[in-house]
Design a protein around this ligand. Sequence first.
Ligand code: ATP
Ligand code: MG
Ligand code: FE
Length: 342
Amino acid sequence: EIILAIETSCDETSAAVIQDGNHILSNIVSSQIESHKRFGGVVPEIASRHHVEQMTLIIEEALKEAKVGWKDLSAIAVTEGPGLVGALLVGVHAAKAIAFAHQLPLIGVHHIAGHIYANQLVTELKFPLLALVVSGGHTELVYMETQGQFEIIGETRDDAVGEAYDKVARTLGLPYPGGPHIDRLASMATESIDLPRAWLEENSFDFSFSGLKSAVINVVHNEKQKGNEVNHESVARGFQESVIDVLVTKTRKATEAYPIKQLLLAGGVAANKGLRSALEMQFKNSKVELIIPPLHLCTDNAAMIGAAASIKYQQGQFSDFALNGNPGLDLEEQSIKNKRLS
Ligand code: ATP
Ligand code: MG
Ligand code: FE
């Protein structure tokens, strides 16, 4: 089957054409980062306006690059949530208009299901599996017994990892989004400052990053107050070491607690070089197969939405024209629907 997928949940306008759930015919991503940079974060109104301006062009480009016409499409998929409501609505309305005009089935996709299914564009998924989702708004360990079934076994109780990266970067005066800058500084560091790790309860797979973020802000402010020069590279290294230590340790414990075949890395922070290599080291001689998507499939893109939509297409799970942008869409509820239908 051939699916046209649309993603507009945050600050990337993207359209992709995906064949049989794993073959990318095109994946066009237009980033708005330059427009949001001077505000130090994503401004929702500006994001929506950019999506409106870009949407038609990006869809046309995706079809052109894939060399397919409307008649070749089997369905149209779109991120229905979570995300910024105004941004989501642009994609959802575009998808509904196309579905109506070209009589195509419509498929609403959960954004995080998309991040996870980005891995299906890399290799065949084998269940049961575990996904470590690390992005701008989410930090979760997701257990999947089979296709389309999502169980969150651990999640952040406060900040998402990407959010912590961006706030620490802002404290160091680095531009938005800060993740890649911290990653680069950390790799250049010759030493690192000691920062706390939030392990929480003994057997918990939950995370917490706001204490670490505050610790960084305190160190930087205290040194400034004393008139000392703060070594940004050591701060970045110390912060990244704390994050990776907790993520990798908890993920390893989770892989021991669940009978899984694969571990998938997912979300924008999956682009982090330190995290990628720490996981590769940890699972080098493991029975668990580690899958890490290439960088361009880690951050927001429509190809991953098309990959996730392909499963729903095969399971006959379509949306009707009541489909709406839902900023609070629940990942686990997506699988309850699966169960009822199967
Ligand atoms: P969500 O997917 O939770 O809705 P989002 O879509 O805004 O949130 P993504 O686009 O998946 O988030 O990821 C963006 C986040 O990834 C930002 O916080 C950014 O700083 C972070 N990020 C990107 N590259 C890196 C990197 N190399 N190291 C650390 N963080 C990174
Ligand atoms: Mg983004
Ligand atoms: Fe995302």
